[in-house]
Design a protein around this ligand. Structure first.
Ligand code: NAD
Length: 454
């Protein structure tokens, strides 16, 4: 780094920025890339061998990213569809073990840790089995499928002393870290409202995933895939588009709200909501699914703010995900890989309304007003201040999340999203389903993580 660069290097809080400039009236700050990997060779003790349980879309993605962390090797994969097992060999080598039965993986001494990318209805059992077998775990969100899963996972995690990271990768984002820092520093004053959303406008966005032509009871291990779900005859749509049914998924709340709650809990440093009221409906994707494609909900947080959350799978506009935090002194928006703080300075005098009074009264009211608030110059429109913090091009929070897990496996230090955090995020999200299904408010104690009678 040259002296010029060094002088230009800004450090605001713990999230470094490498430069600032104006675009119009917005002050832009470019955030620094997180520390590069050490160039030194990885010590023998630091080599980590991982295996994948549930080698579908997200499991493959997580594992590809984990394998980029220096010292990590993929040695096995399990799945219930032959096409995904073959794909695992294409990705990580023909010598890796592939199996339909994840217990075979858990029995292997050379597997240190597993990534669990199964549908939601398998998260608890696979996590518990893996930790009981001595493996560290990365389990995809939502950590739970039903509330009873939460204590089972947490108890096993505590009993076995394993490292477990839940996969809402946003919580490792430098953008969220910056937003957390800004909120804590009072950048928008006292927080009173949070609006979050996840809107989509496509068939893939609405979970219409491809069913491969060869799907059958020969290529798919249907009984194993079903597990404890209701026992029905083979159904390829259920197998490959499982999010559309409650028996395996958790609707838009478990799929998408959970990411938003993970982010809100991290950034606001809160444990969770106390009450939720949800509504919605099945508006467009009437394809046999039993969960709504439009859902919105309102939540109370004891820390003094309310939250609104929504997903619309029939958004005729652009697909979008976002957070808006509103406070007494400004608002903060997260969109894409950037966080923006907007502040409109509070007025210094209350102003007046006099034209409804008689003229002599108007005159005297104004005299009194100006005695109390003498006119100051220059006057003019209030200045709006806007600052935007942008992550570097190509930044990957997903990589940082898996790296955080791998480092925790090596150091035995806590991860950023342990099962308690994961249960609080999923527990909050699933209150929407509970309220939607019962037509009643759903109540929750975020500290004890227990549902309360409404
Ligand atoms: N963090 C994110 O941004 C993100 C994104 C997408 C999905 N996810 C989560 O990842 C998980 C998987 O979603 P997906 O879209 O990859 O689903 P998917 O259907 O593509 O993959 C799931 C795979 O698990 C396999 N499976 C099912 N039961 C199994 C068992 N008992 N043992 C081994 N394999 C089993 C299936 O055969 C399937 O191939 C879900 O929980 C989902 O919520 C997270």
């Amino acid at each position: 780094m040259s002296n010029m660069d060094r002088r230009g290097f800004l450090k605001t809080g713990s999230i470094a920025t490498v430069g600032s400039y104006f675009v119009g009236s917005t002050k832009m700050h470019l955030m620094a890339t997180p520390e590069p990997e050490p160039a030194k060779p990885i010590a023998a003790n630091d080599h980590i061998q991982i295996a994948l349980i549930g080698a579908g879309g997200q499991g493959q993605e997580d594992t590809k990213i984990a394998a980029r962390v220096p010292g990590v090797k993929v040695v096995a994969a399990s799945d219930c569809y032959n096409g995904c097992l073959d794909r695992a060999k294409e990705l990580w080598g023909k010598d890796i073990l592939t199996t339909r039965d994840y217990k075979e993986i858990l029995d292997r001494k050379d597997v240190d840790a597993v990534i669990i990318g199964t549908p939601d209805h398998w998260h608890m059992q696979a996590s518990v089995d893996a930790m009981n077998a001595g493996k560290d775990v990365y389990c995809e969100k939502p950590m739970i499928h039903v509330y009873a899963d939460g204590p089972k996972i947490i108890d096993t995690w505590r009993k076995t002393n394993r490292i477990m990271q839940v996969g809402s990768q946003g919580v490792s984002s430098i953008v969220y870290a910056k937003a957390k820092e800004l909120l804590a520093a009072g950048a928008i004053g006292t927080l009173n409202m949070v609006n979050v959303w996840y809107d989509r406008n496509s068939a893939q966005g609405a979970w219409e995933y491809t069913v491969p032509y060869d799907a059958s009871t020969t290529t798919c291990d249907w009984p194993r895939w079903l597990g404890t779900a209701p026992q029905i005859p083979f159904n390829a749509e259920h197998f490959f588009q499982w999010r559309k049914w409650k028996a395996y998924g958790s609707g838009v709340a478990g799929d998408l709200f959970v990411h938003l709650f993970s982010g809100v809990h991290l950034m606001t440093n809160t444990l969770g909501p106390t009450r939720a009221v949800a509504t919605g409906g099945l508006r467009f994707w009437k394809d046999g699914r039993d969960v709504p494609d439009v859902m919105m909900a309102l939540y109370d947080y004891e820390k003094g703010f309310n939250l609104s959350v929504r997903t619309n799978f029939v958004d005729g506009g652009a697909e979008s995900v976002g957070f808006v935090f509103t406070g007494s002194e400004g608002s903060m928006t997260i969109s894409g890989e950037a966080v923006t703080v907007t502040r409109v300075p509070r007025e210094t005098e209350p102003g007046y309304r006099v034209d409804l009074f008689s003229e002599p009264i108007q005159k005297r009211v104004l005299e009194i007003y100006h005695e109390k608030y003498p006119t100051t110059y220059p006057s003019g429109p209030t200045l709006i201040g806007e600052e935007k913090y942008v992550a570097p091009h190509g930044y990957s929070e997903h990589y940082d999340h898996l790296k955080n897990w791998i480092e925790a496996i090596r150091t035995r230090q806590p991860v950023v999203e342990d099962p308690v955090f994961g249960f609080r995020a999923a527990g909050a999200a699933l209150l929407s389903n509970l309220s939607y299904d019962t037509g009643q408010p759903a109540r929750w104690n975020p500290e004890t993580m227990k549902l309360l009678q409404s």
